[in-house]
Design a protein around this ligand. Sequence first.
Ligand code: ADP
Ligand code: MG
Ligand code: MG
Length: 871
Amino acid sequence: MSNKWVYLFKEGNAGMKALLGGKGANLAEMSNIGLPVPQGFTVTTEACTEYYNQNMKLSDEIRTQIDESLKIIESQTEKQFGNKENPLLVSVRSGAKFSMPGMMDTILNLGLNDETVAGIAKITNNERFAFDSYRRFIQMFGDVVQEISKEKFDRVLDDAKEANAYQDDTQLTAEDLKKIVVAYKKIIKDETGKDFPMDPKEQLLMAIEAVFRSWNNNRAISYRNMNDIPHDIGTAVNVQSMVYGNMGDDSGTGVAFTRNPATGENKLYGEFLINAQGEDVVAGIRTPKDINDLKDIMPDIYQQFHDTANLLENHYKDMQDIEFTIEKGKLYMLQTRTGKRTAAAALCAATEMVEEGLITKEEAILRLDPVSLDQLLHPTFETAALAAAELLATGLPASPGAATGKVYFTAESVCTAVANGEETILVRKETSPEDIEGMYAANGILTARGGMTSHAAVVARGMGKCCVAGCESIKVDEASRQFIVGGMVFKEGDYISLNGSTGKVYKGSIKTMTPELSGHFGEIMAWADEYRTLNVRTNADTPRDAEVAVRFGAEGIGLCRTEHMFFDEVRIPIVRRMILASTKAQREEALAKILPMQKKDFIGIYKAMEGRPVTVRLLDPPLHEFLPTEEKDIAALATDIGITNDDMIAVISGLKEFNPMLGHRGCRLAITYPEIAEMQTRAIMEAAIEAKEAYGFDVVPEIMIPLIGIKEELTYLDEVVRKIAEQVKAEKKSDIKYLVGTMMEIPRATLIADQIAETAEFFSFGTNDLTQMTYGFSRDDAGKFITDYKEKGILKNDPFESIDIEGVGKLVETGVTLGRQTKPDLKVGVCGEHGGDPKSIYFFHKVGLDYVSCSPFRVPIARLAAAQAAL
Ligand code: ADP
Ligand code: MG
Ligand code: MG
C-alpha cells in the first residue's frame, strides 16, 4: 500500500492542519480560493513521524513524491532547479499543527549554487544581491541544517568589514561578497569534511530532514512541555517557490493584521518595506513604514491587499495575521493565520464582528478566553512609564494588577500611612490572618515566601488586590523595617511598584491606569448571561467586596466567611477573650459584645447585595489562629485578661494542635461551644430582619455549617441553629425565611450525601478542603512538591487550581446525585477557588450544579465560562 506523503498546495485545505501543519493548510486554502500564492507543496507531518520510524531516514517513497511534486512546480513556474539561465529557488518552511517557536528557521533562496547564482544576478540585474543571497543561504544552511556555529560565519563577515573599514553590511560590494562566499564554503568543508552541496535536490532533501530533526531539539521539546502539545504529532515542511521583494522600487514585503491586535480597531495594522526580502522587516535593519502608507506609494497594490485582507477575514471569520511580498508590482500572499491579540482587542473584535454579521453571538462567546478578561478588570501600568522602570526582582504572579506605593512592613504601619493619604505596598516575609486589614488598605502586597496558594496569594486574589508572592531574591528584615534586593536597601517609605500579573517588582513609582469596563465588555457579558444556566455568586466577607462583586454581575454570595470579620483591631481582643474564657458565662459575655458587631457587618452585606441570596458560613478555623504569636502581644493579652504571662503562654500552647487543619475546627467548634453558633445565628437573623425593615429587600439568609462529615453533627447543629432562628423570629414577630445547609468538604459527607440531605436544605461544595482531604495534600504545604510532581509527569495540573475530575470530581458528582435522591430540588453550589476556574466550571455545569461562587474579580470570568459550558 502506498501512502500520500506530499501534497501540492492545490490539494490541501484549511481543515488539514493536523496533516499539513497550520502554515501549509492555510497556504493551500489561500491558493484554492484563488489568491496569488507562490507555487509549492507540503511534506506532511506523517512523513515526519515516518522519518523517525525509519531511524531518521527519508524513505524512497517520500523522496519519489518530493521529486514528482518538484517537477510540477518547475513546470508551473517555468523555472528549473539548477538551471543556469532560469533557476528555480525555493524557501523551506517548517510548520506544525500548533504554531511553535523553537523549530528550524525558514531557509530562503535554496537552490543557489556557483552556477545558478549567475543566473539570478542576470534575472535580477543585480550581482550584489545575487551574491548576498548566496552567502546568506550558505550561512543559514550551515547554521540550521549542518549545525555549524554562527560565529564562524560572522567572523569572516566581520573580518571583511574591518579590512575595508566598513561600518555596515550594506557597504559590502559584489566582489567582497564573492570572496566571502569562498570563505564560507571553506568553513563548510572544514567543519563537515564535505563540500557545500552544489546539487539543489541534495540541498532540498538535507533541509527537509533538518526540519524533521528540529522537531526534537531541546527548544521545541520544552516549548511543547510548557504548552501541553503532544510530542508525537510531528511537523510538516513547506517547499515554496521564491518571490523577490527586493527587485527594486516596485517590489517590497510586509506583515499586517486585518484589525489592530492591541485595540481591536477595524483597520489594517502592520508594516512594510520597499525593496526588501522577508526577513528584513523583522531584522530591523531599516525602519519599516506603516501599512497605510502603501496607499500613497502603490495605490493599486494597496487596494488589492486591502481587499484580500477583507476577503481572508470573511473567509476565516476571524482576525488574520498576514505575510505578503510584492515582486515587480505583483502581490503574493505568503502566510495567513489567526492573529494573536490582547484581551481588549479580542473583546472589541468579537463584538464588532457580531454587529458586522460576520459571526454569531455564540461564536463570539466561544472564541473568547475567559481568563484573559482578568487583564481588563485590574489597573495596569502606563506603557511609557513601564518602559522607563528599573526591574528589581521577579516573584510569583500571585494576584493580577499593577500597584505602586511606599513600602511598609507591618499591617499597622500600612493602615496609619493610608489614613494619612499615602499610597502603600505591604512587604512581608509572608502574611498571616492578622495582616488582613493592612492587606486591604495597601495598594499591593509583596511577600518573600510562599507559593500561589499561600495565605497572601489566596487572600489577595479574593480581594482583587495586586500581589507578588514568593519573591525569594528580596531579603525582608521586618525588625529593622527594610528589605534588600540586589545590594539595594529599601526602607520604610521608599517607593516600589508591583505587577501581580507577571510577578515583576520595580524600583520607584510607576503611573497606573484604572480599567474602563467599556461598552464591549458589558455587551459580551450581557450575551453570556443570555446563554448560561449556571448562576454565578461571589465569595465576599465585607460590604466592600460585595459591592465590587455586584458591579461585576454577582447574583448572590455563595460564601461569606465570618472569621475574617474577627481580625479587626477593636474586635480581636474581645474574640480572644471569648476563646480564652474558662467558663460558659465568661464566653457568653464576650460573645454578647461580638454580636452587635457581626450584626452590623451582615446588615452592610445584605444592603450591598440588594436582596440577592447570601450564604453565611459559621466560624470555621481552629481557634488558635486568633491568638497572638508575638511576645509583646501575648503580654498585652495577659494583662487584658488578668492572668500572668506564663499562664497565658500555657493557655496558648494548650490550644496548639499537631494538625490544625484536621483538628478542632469547623462544626467541631460549634459542637463544643454551641454558644458561638447561637450568637452567629442570632446576628445573621436579626440583621436580615432589620435589613428588610430598613431597605425593603427580602433577605433569605442561608446559614451554612462547615466541615460536616457525620450526619449527627449536622442534626445536632441544625437544631441549635433553628432554635435560635425561630426564637429571633418570634421576638421580632417576623416570618422571614431562612435556610440551613452544609458545606460539603469532607469526602465522607459526599459519600453519605443522601443522609445529609435529609437535614440540609442546600449543599455547597468546598472544593479547596475537599481536594486537600481527598488527596491528603496539605494546601499550605503542597507548593513544595507539586512542581516536582508536574515535572515528573505524576500530576498534569495542580488539583488546587483546576478540579481533579476523576477523583474529587467523582465525589462532587456522587454528592449531587445522592443529595438529589433525597431532595430532588436540593440547591447545590460550589465555593472555593475552583468556582472561578473555567475548566472546573465546565465540569460543574455538566454535573448540574445550580451555581458557582468565586472571588469578586473572577465573577465575569465565571459568567463567560458558564455561557461557554452551556453552548
Ligand atoms: P516564520 O514562521 O518564522 O514566520 P516563515 O516560513 O513565515 O517563517 O518565513 C519568514 C519569512 O520569509 C516570510 O514572512 C516571508 O517574508 C519570507 N518567505 C518565506 N517563503 C518565501 C518565499 N517563497 N518567497 C519569498 N519570501 C518568502
Ligand atoms: Mg511567517
Ligand atoms: Mg473548608
